[in-house]
Design a protein around this ligand. Structure first.
Ligand SMILES: Cc1cc2nc3c(=O)[nH]c(=O)nc-3n(C[C@H](O)[C@H](O)[C@H](O)COP(=O)(O)OP(=O)(O)OC[C@H]3O[C@@H](n4cnc5c(N)ncnc54)[C@H](O)[C@@H]3O)c2cc1C
Length: 388
């Protein structure tokens, strides 16, 4: 392969989708490098010893309201319908999470449950999703009792474990991800498209990257090879602070340890995931068979243990969205702007944004449509602000 016109750093959703767009639409050569020994980024899955598909970096459930993203990915995979359900381990019971009218019916005596449910419906409307911090501001005594209960039992300790922060310290978009759902719909997501790639994510990524203009080099750190490709344009989906050698300090990330534990019976749980908001060290345990549709006499449970991120020792999984971190990001965005037209930053780590897979995919498509393709059509002179 001749020298690539583009280097893409990271073979996750963002990198793979931009690579595919440049290779197919612009018909230009792309080299994708990833320092891991596999493609698919955090969505990577593989078959373990007992033949079951394992999500190496924790459970990944695909859901989106974007027809564009759905249609795009459907070119590379067939899907199996899957509606994710989560139970929370609360007061010794397993109840639906996000907390909903069924959870209330299960946890409280029937008269009280009816009263709380009626008040919720009257106050917010059936089918609505109410952020817990909003509900806590409600003056009604019953709703105050309920929101305090949910806050203490579902949010407070889970958030402390997951982020080492109190819910109020995080950007409201984070706690809004798990609202109280005024409904009897036990599904974790309500998006129009919810499904799992039928042969897994890695198989889908193989197809996305399977193009004559794309080559992939794994176990390759960009820092070690960038000198060989000085004239190439770069799409960088690794941590933005690392790219600039932490010149403005380290951005904080949250990390996790995953334990994949064999289970010697067909199923351990009735649903995909059980959350442990309280006394356990792990935050949640997922029985991946529910997600993947694998069947057979054995099962596998993935436990997630949150921990601080320490560069060089573990992975930066989650950017931590707070007011302080958006301030800390600003100087890096300014530095990125100076590289306009030569290096583009995108993705969960490049943008330092808490993206789901569909959002990473949409970001990659938009980056290509709005910034990469126009720049190429102008012969490299058209410039736009690269960061959202
Ligand atoms: C535990 C967990 C569960 C999740 N569950 C879901 C879910 O259920 N549904 C959902 O929609 N989303 C989920 N997500 C989010 C999803 O993982 C991300 O949206 C997606 O991975 C973002 O893709 P990306 O390409 O931006 O980043 P990544 O997948 O992180 O890919 C970035 C890649 O860049 C590589 N890289 C970084 N620096 C360098 C370098 N210097 N040189 C070479 N390579 C480099 C990394 O090795 C990595 O492979 C989850 C995330 C986590 C952590």
């Amino acid at each position: 392969m001749s020298k690539p016109a583009w280097i893409i750093v990271g073979a996750g959703f963002t990198g793979a989708v931009v690579a595919e767009r440049i290779a197919s639409v612009l018909d230009e050569r792309v080299l994708v490098v990833d320092r891991r020994d596999h493609i698919a980024g955090n969505a990577y899955d593989y078959r373990g010893e007992n033949g079951l598909l394992i999500h190496k970096y924790g459970p990944h459930i695909f859901h989106t309201n974007s027809k564009r993203v759905w249609d795009y990915l459907s070119r590379f995979t067939e899907w199996r319908n899957y509606f994710h359900k989560v139970l929370g381990h609360i007061d010794g019971q397993l109840v639906p999470v996000p907390f909903n009218l069924n959870s209330i019916a299960q946890l409280f005596p029937s008269g009280m449950a009816d009263r709380l449910s009626e008040k919720l419906v009257a106050r917010y409307g059936f089918g609505t999703k109410v952020p817990i911090l909003k509900m806590r501001a409600d003056a009604d005594e019953d709703l105050k009792f309920l929101s305090d209960y949910v806050y203490r039992k579902v949010f407070e300790t889970y958030t402390l474990k997951q982020w080492e922060l109190r819910p109020e310290e995080l950007d409201p978009s984070v706690s809004a991800r798990v609202p109280v759902h005024v409904s009897r719909d036990d599904r974790y997501f309500q998006d129009s498209y919810q499904a799992m790639p039928v042969d897994g994510y890695t198989a889908m990524f193989r197809k996305i990257l399977n193009h004559q203009n794309i080559s992939v080099e794994l176990s390759t750190n960009y820092k070690d090879v960038c000198g060989d490709f000085k004239s190439a344009r770069v799409i960088y989906t690794g941590p933005i602070d690392e790219y600039f050698n932490y010149s403005h300090g380290q951005l904080p990330y949250r990390s996790l340890q995953f334990k994949h534990v064999p289970y010697s019976q067909e199923f351990a749980f009735p649903v995909g995931t059980v959350n442990y908001p309280n006394e356990f060290d792990f935050t949640r345990v997922t029985e991946t068979k529910h997600l993947t549709g694998d069947r057979g006499p054995l099962s596998l449970l993935t436990q997630e243990y949150p921990e601080a991120y320490v560069p060089g020792t573990n992975e930066p999984y989650y950017p931590i969205p707070t007011t302080a971190t958006s301030e800390a990001l600003r100087p890096y965005r300014n530095l990125a702007r100076e590289l306009d037209g030569q290096v583009w930053f995108a993705g969960r780590l490049g943008d330092y944004a808490y993206y789901n897979m569909d959002q990473a995919c949409a970001r990659a498509i938009a980056l290509f449509d709005k910034q990469i393709a126009p720049v190429r059509q102008n012969g490299g002179r058209g410039q736009a602000s690269r960061l959202a």
